[in-house]
Design a binder for this molecule. Structure first.
Ligand code: C2E
Ligand code: MG
Ligand code: MG
Ligand code: MG
Length: 289
């Protein structure tokens, strides 16, 4: 038999949870419990995905992406455990651990390769977390000008005043600010205009059908032009095929990230990939129309 839980939400409307939803809630509970007990230093690690400059085929930056190998739950996807860490109230401590690890990794790359680190919604509006991150960055010995912080539109719009203040504090130290998943949130261009952005990352959703869909092409072209007009670097996310690359190049896209170039890699493998790409960088630059 199926078990149903009925709850009143804040408007007094009855919300019915099916057994499936209940299982999901239990799953969240188990994840939060495992997270609270987790040894972040040992169970959390980072993989790195390059952003490639298609003009030179050189690596412009690596984005640090979190992975959690729980001894009890196995590999949990970041979208799941980041949300669980927010709900469990331990995201700040997690982000600080990840930032430390990312900065150590950046030291093993040449100085011209930038590092991108994602902040969660909660991080962006936490003065305490941003204070701690600024200390960690200062103590790391990595030039803050080599670092980009990735924030999503959704995170920023949730509490614009607080987010904007924290973003400004990061930017004042010379840290770059990347707007992640651009085009998926409820962005207001006037808000975008008020943030000290240095990079805009076009969400994968617009790239999937870029080779065949005229509307996706128009949208991407608009974002590329917007980025240029406000002095931002534009990066496309989630590029998987040669056809997509050709279409994106024709729209003026230069910075690209996606499985076509590389999947997120362990730190040891970023060094191997770098050796390969350096030989490409030194080769004559292809003419790309
Ligand atoms: P994101 O920051 O937008 O990262 C891009 C995601 O797309 C990554 O998934 C990446 O592995 C995936 N991806 C890259 N290229 C391709 C492609 O060509 N095709 C497809 N299908 N996917 C591609 P991942 O690592 O599972 O991360 C998912 C999300 O979890 C991230 O989205 C980010 O929002 C969050 N996340 C990951 N690491 C962290 C972290 O350290 N801190 C925070 N706060 N969030 C993180
Ligand atoms: Mg990101
Ligand atoms: Mg993204
Ligand atoms: Mg995305």
């Amino acid at each position: 038999f199926a078990l149903y839980l009925a709850k009143q939400n804040f408007r007094g409307t009855a919300v019915v949870f099916s057994a499936e939803h209940e299982a999901e809630i239990n799953e969240q509970g188990r994840i939060q419990q495992a997270l609270r007990a987790a040894d972040f230093e040992n169970e959390m690690y980072l993989v790195f995905q390059p952003m490639v400059d298609a003009d030179t085929n050189g690596i412009s930056a690596y984005e640090a992406l979190a992975r959690w190998e729980s001894p009890t739950l196995g590999l949990v996807p970041p979208a799941v455990f980041i949300r669980a860490a927010e709900r469990a109230g331990i995201i700040g401590r997690l982000t600080e651990t990840l930032m430390r690890k990312a900065l150590v990794a950046a030291k093993s790359w040449p100085d011209h390769i930038r590092l991108s680190v994602n902040l969660s919604t909660r991080d962006v509006v936490s003065n305490k977390t941003v204070d701690a991150l600024l200390d960690i960055i200062a103590e790391s010995g990595v030039d803050p000008a080599r670092l980009d912080i990735e924030v999503t539109e959704t995170a920023v719009m949730r509490n614009f005043a607080l987010a904007a203040e924290n973003i400004r504090r990061l930017a004042e130290r010379g840290i770059g600010i990347a707007l992640d998943d651009f085009g998926t949130g409820h962005s207001s261009l006037s808000y975008v205009h008020k943030l000290p952005l240095t990079k805009i990352k076009i969400d994968r959703g617009f790239i999937v059908d870029i080779a065949t869909n005229e509307l996706s092409r128009s949208i991407v072209k608009t974002i590329v032009d917007l980025s240029r007009n406000i002095g931002c670097v534009c990066v496309v996310e989630g590029m998987e095929t040669h056809e997509q690359m050709v279409a994106l190049r024709a729209l003026g896209c230069r910075m690209m990230q996606g499985y076509y170039f590389a999947r997120p890699q362990r730190l040891e493998d970023t060094l191997a990939y770098r050796a390969v790409s350096d030989t490409i960088v030194n080769a004559p630059i292809r003419k790309t129309g």
